[in-house]
Design a binder for this molecule. Sequence first.
Ligand SMILES: [Ca+2]
Length: 125
Amino acid sequence: MVILLSWQALSQGCVQDIDECAAKMHYCHANTVCVNLPGLYRCDCVPGYIRVDDFSCTEHDECGSGQHNCDENAICTNTVQGHSCTCKPGYVGNGTICRELLDDLTINHKHKDKIDVNVDDKNPF
Ligand SMILES: [Ca+2]
């Protein structure tokens, strides 16, 4: 956390906080938000960014850091303020959960067979 004391001396020994953010008296770099605090300020990372140092943040590569929710059979693509998951070829799903396309077809085929059986069960003739 950045701690830079900055008080403006007033008369009779009183001091007043200086808003370094509004006064552009801060050293927060890109991808940060300056937050004024009494007597100091800090540089918060904008959402989706991670801290580099007290004054800087960088985009978080969830794919590179392994902090993603993609299925093991999905391709993780880093994006600004997030990431996306796409099932690999041969797999279907939303990227968070991917199934083999062959399994999906087999399940549908079995389900279709089950429906056919039910239809036959309802017809006694
Ligand atoms: Ca990202």
